[in-house]
Design a protein around this ligand. Structure first.
Ligand SMILES: C[S@@+](CC[C@H](N)C(=O)[O-])C[C@H]1O[C@@H](n2cnc3c(N)ncnc32)[C@H](O)[C@@H]1O
Length: 390
């Protein structure tokens, strides 16, 4: 990534007095510059290390996932005087827009300035916020988070959580590891059916949509049970304009699925859940004691015999019961002695991320995540059933 010279807004922005005569193109550039400071793209998950889970902590590596200039941007962002100047400048720009020499062309400019002003003034922290997530410089997803409802603790899916960012980044780095593309170059891409549980704002599904748009055929079902999350998820899908399959159907679609209902075999599963999936994803979906049991029962109905479940959860203080429930419900493959096919943990790794100064909900202050791969295992052979010739 090329280094950018970072200047404080007082040096970089055109003078407030001259705003009425500055060409619109230069004003656009100035707003983009302020955006880079106060509403920056999220460059990956700020991962500092990753490794198979062992007793000792994984070693530190240099893959930070950060833009090269992060520290300089952060220094400017933290400067209260510069922040106040940016607010004054944006306010003046909006106030003078109608008298600008090119008043028609400034309309979109005013909209971007007003959205940025809301962020700078802190209004966005209490409401809607749109940000771009950029992974490996090649995949960009624009996501809107909406306000959590104080009176509804189940509205957590209205915001994007750190686990989704970690999982999306891993998928972009190694899609073949998650069964997404990566077949022989001359072979026709295989059709893959993907399901995301508790998709929230849809970062994981939309990231997969962007990857498969380039290298595979797919149906991606992003599911959630909360009406606010589902409504916002549909808007995020529309705004990212994911392409359509050969029948004109969207690659990514949003559907209602409640784990508690789907866990009960007495409840019939309707399309698109009536056919099991090849790859199922879940980011931060186990934070209540019952979740692990419901999800385990759902997976028995929703994962193909050759399929897998990819789960990323944060290791939160005070939530040990929730995360240990995973290892109670899904045996490790090496401890599997049952004859009948069982969903087992075939891989577990630990991921450590840096503090997020102004980023995804739940990742402020630095956090450790666990990534599990869970798949059907046949105890007679002690290996995943997906590895057997059928
Ligand atoms: C902490 S949020 C994580 C959202 C998203 N995966 C992310 O990481 O940004 C948990 C998600 O699980 C969903 N959820 C919680 N209980 C659920 C249930 N019983 N059935 C389906 N989804 C549920 C919530 O609506 C929410 O979207």
């Amino acid at each position: 990534m090329t280094a950018v010279v970072v200047l404080p807004p007082t040096s970089r922005l055109p003078s407030i007095k001259a705003l009425g005569t500055i060409p619109v193109g230069l004003l656009h550039e100035a707003i983009q510059y302020l955006q880079a400071i106060y509403n920056p793209e999220i460059c990956g998950s700020r991962r500092v290390s990753r490794g198979a889970c062992r007793k000792e902590r994984p070693t530190h590596n240099t893959d930070t996932g950060l833009c090269d200039t992060t520290l300089s941007w952060e220094a400017v962002r933290a400067d209260a005087f510069e922040h106040a100047h940016a607010i004054r400048w944006l306010t003046a720009l909006i106030a003078q827009a109608t008298t600008h020499a090119d008043a028609d062309a400034v309309e979109t400019l005013v909209q971007s300035a007003a959205a940025l002003l809301a962020i700078c003034a802190g209004a966005a922290s209490a409401g809607t916020r749109t940000r771009t997530y950029a992974f490996s410089g090649s995949v960009r997803v624009q996501l809107t988070d909406v306000a959590l409802r104080n009176d509804d603790f189940e509205s957590v899916g209205a915001q994007t959580w750190g686990s989704a960012c970690v999982l999306a980044e891993m998928i972009v780095e190694e899609p073949a590891r998650f069964g997404l593309g990566g077949g022989p170059p001359d072979a026709a891409p295989a059709m893959v059916r993907v399901l995301e549980l508790g998709a929230g704002t849809g970062l994981v599904s939309l990231t997969i949509g962007k990857i498969l748009d380039r290298c595979g055929r797919a149906e991606i079902v992003a599911s959630d049970f909360h009406p606010l999350a589902l409504e916002n998820l549909r808007l995020n899908i529309e705004n990212n304009n994911p392409c359509h399959d050969s029948c004109g159907l969207p690659l990514v679609s949003a559907h209602f699925l409640d784990w508690q209902e789907a866990a009960d075999p007495a409840n019939a599963l309707e399309a698109p859940f009536d056919v099991p999936f090849d790859e199922v994803f879940g980011a931060d979906v186990i934070y209540e004691v019952e979740h692990a049991a419901w999800i385990s029962a759902c997976l028995r109905r929703l994962v193909r015999m050759t399929g897998r479940f990819h789960l990323v959860i944060p290791i939160r203080e005070g939530f040990a019961r929730e995360s240990t429930a995973i290892e109670r419900l899904f045996p490790r493959v090496e401890d599997m002695h049952r004859v009948e096919p069982t969903l087992c943990i075939t891989q577990k790794e630990s991921i450590i991320c840096e503090a997020e100064p102004d980023g995804a909900a739940g990742s402020r202050g630095g956090v450790e995540y666990a990534h599990y791969t869970i798949q059907w295992t046949d105890g007679r052979y002690g290996q995943p059933t997906g590895l057997h010739e059928e």
